[in-house]
Design a protein around this ligand. Structure first.
Ligand SMILES: Nc1ncnc2c1ncn2[C@@H]1O[C@H](COP(=O)(O)OP(=O)(O)OP(=O)(O)O)[C@@H](O)[C@H]1O
Ligand SMILES: [Mg+2]
Length: 290
């Protein structure tokens, strides 16, 4: 097989493999993910999770699209649109963004997420490193943004059982932290809320150092959950200073500098109860985006 891409610069590397900047014969630039995992045949390679999920995902401008993929010497290569940076690097470079910039980025992110959920998938690893951005204008009223990394993504099926310790700890929803295996797409809304807080303040909102500390960090901002959830935390809370639940909005405002409207949206995304949490499409019709 003749490969039509030339890999010329390493962008990122990890246990999964390496992401390169690459170009085709016409000089068009792409990002190519070269996977570490070896496959002994093309049909086996086609079963790889990113491929399986991405090929089923209908097109949306804010969700990465698998443009091409090829198999060479037992190695699988996935071809994507190229972006200059991920949201983590962007936040680190820009520190505090303006309210309007955060609003514009959040809107694109939630549009992408609503599409993933409408396609009956949950991403399960939403975090700044898995969101790519190309800030075209300074106020970010024009930007390219895509949710990437569908390696942990799962199709939503009735009565499904999930593994509970998927997704990066700092962005994990309470139901995941408390061991639920029947959580659903609302875990992504919780994570998106954490990402928006990080855009506002420049640092993670719940940087837990362990599973237990993660729950304590949630308690400090969200206050006490109801008794059913509280019993699951199995925490002796005598030592913890916790706020009344109705202070969540004030706490979020204080920690992130969010406007009244944005803080209100965040209280609908960052909740103990998945049932009370907004879906991504509901977030999009919040007054803060009008
Ligand atoms: N389309 C792209 N354009 C530019 N850079 C990209 C692109 N896709 C991925 N990257 C870079 O590569 C990094 C890793 O990519 P990705 O998230 O897909 O791999 P990974 O699956 O996280 O690995 P892990 O198994 O550790 O979760 C991203 O955080 C980003 O910095
Ligand atoms: Mg990733």
């Amino acid at each position: 097989m003749e490969v039509q891409y030339q890999l010329f610069e390493e962008i990122a590397s990890g246990s999964y493999g390496t992401v390169f900047r690459a170009k085709n014969a016409y000089g068009d630039i792409f990002a190519i993910k070269k996977l570490t995992q070896r496959f002994d045949s093309w049909p086996k390679a086609q079963e790889q999770t990113d491929i399986r999920n991405l090929l089923k995902m209908p097109y949306h401008p804010h969700v990465c699209q698998l443009l091409d993929h090829y198999f060479l010497n037992e190695v699988l290569y996935l071809v994507f649109e190229y972006f200059p940076c991920n949201l983590l690097t962007f936040i680190q470079q820009n520190k505090r963004l303006h309210t309007l910039q955060v609003r514009n980025v959040s809107f694109c992110l939630l549009q992408g997420l609503a599409h993933v959920h409408a396609s009956r998938f949950m991403h399960r690893d939403l975090k700044p490193e898995n969101i790519m951005i190309d800030p075209i204008s300074d106020d970010l009223s024009v930007l390219r943004l895509q949710i990437i990394d569908f390696g942990n993504c799962k199709q939503l099926l009735p009565n499904h059982q999930n593994t509970n310790y998927i997704s990066t700890r700092w962005y994990r929803a309470p139901e995941q932290l408390l061991g639920s295996t029947s959580y659903d797409y609302k875990v992504d809304v919780f994570a998106a809320g954490c990402v928006i807080c990080e855009l506002l303040s420049g640092c993670p909102i719940f940087p837990g150092t362990s599973e237990l500390d993660q729950i304590v960090k949630l308690l400090e901002v969200l206050g006490l959950p109801n008794k059913r959830i509280l019993d699951k935390t199995m925490l002796k809370l005598d030592g913890y200073r916790t706020q009344a639940v109705n202070q969540t909005k004030e706490n979020l405002k204080m920690l992130t500098g969010a406007s009244d409207g944005m803080a209100d949206l965040l209280t609908k995304m960052i909740t103990w109860e998945a049932g009370e949490r907004y879906a991504a499409w509901q977030c999009l019709s919040h007054p803060v985006f009008q």
